[in-house]
Ligand binder design. Structure first.
Ligand SMILES: [Zn+2]
Ligand SMILES: [Zn+2]
Length: 147
């Protein structure tokens, strides 16, 4: 992937900085229990990219990887986070080589939905009832993005 970076981002303490080139493959909200635990929030906003679209500019040495195998699919997720401030940065999956998921909350974006808006909501079977579906998204009970 070549060309100019389209999005930059960082962790909270700014030691980990990254750039993304090109558009994400998929933008989604995940309502699964693991994403809730790892963010400490009620859902997680994620953007799926090809591995070569992400470039870590600084702080690669302080990224720590947590191997998350606490799921029923046999999938092992490697969750990379800043070991200084704990921001989750990206996730790779043992089942989807060459792809990675970047945490949209660490991207330097404005509030406009032209900058970022989800296309899908996944694991909606675990969605907290007080969170209404986001207008314009396709909702899935688990992770069936093709439907
Ligand atoms: Zn940090
Ligand atoms: Zn999730």
């Amino acid at each position: 992937m070549s060309g100019h970076p389209t999005i930059s981002g960082s962790c909270l303490c700014q030691q980990v900085r990254y750039e993304l080139t090109g558009d994400p493959q998929v933008k989604l909200l995940c309502h699964c229990d693991n994403c809730r635990k790892v963010t400490g929030s009620s859902f997680m906003a994620n953007s799926v990219y090809q591995e070569d679209q992400l470039r870590i500019i600084s702080g690669e040495d302080i990224l720590k990887i947590y191997k998350d195998s606490n799921n029923s699919s046999g999938n092992v997720l490697s969750r990379a986070f800043c070991s200084n401030c704990s921001s989750p940065i990206y996730i790779t999956s043992s089942l989807h080589k060459g792809m990675l998921t970047v945490t949209s909350g660490t991207m330097d974006l404005g509030p406009s939905k032209s900058e970022w808006a989800p296309q899908f909501e996944v694991f909606c079977k675990s969605r907290r009832e007080w969170i209404p579906p986001v207008e314009g998204t396709t909702t899935c009970n688990e992770l069936e993005l093709s439907k």
